[in-house]
Design a protein around this ligand. Sequence first.
Ligand SMILES: [Zn+2]
Length: 196
Amino acid sequence: MIEIPARRGKAARLRKGQMVKVINTTGQQVVDTWAFNASDLHEFMSMEHSRVAIGRIIPVVGDTLVTNNRQPILTFVEDTSGGIHDTLFAACDRWRYELLGCAEYHDNCTDNLAAGLAELGLAPPETPGPLNLFMNIPVVDGNRVEVRPPVSTRGSHVALRAEMDCIVAFSACPQDMLPVNGIAMRPTEAHFEVLD
Ligand SMILES: [Zn+2]
């Protein structure tokens, strides 16, 4: 089991057929998730292409997420979290926190993606829209989006199977100015495990 420290990012290599289990250790922590083709980082899991492929905005068990070249990259194989995730919101970044009134630098998922990949000697060509695991962004009245606390519980998890050799990256979202990570607004660690 590998820790994604609170407010930080982490990445790992997956071979085709391997699974990664993403664990919501404390229950209220959103984990921004990305996947890149191991042989070409310019091909990556794309939420806008995946929504077309699966015909919904929140993937369910059995759904295969695709890249910006519309190739299968990760399949949802297990979900004990309550099934509420987000594919609509961009990763947080320093400008998001500046707009929320934060005067100093604030940890953010965009920089965490870069830091996680840097540990593998890699750099993201851009910050793709993330699969925001455990993030609760309901569409209200058919059009408005709201930020609500996660519904996931302590120790619940999602398992994703690699459909190509890929690099997966995670960020334990450091959002502490909105209830993204629970009403306490206290970001925590999460964990993942690579399974053969
Ligand atoms: Zn974030």
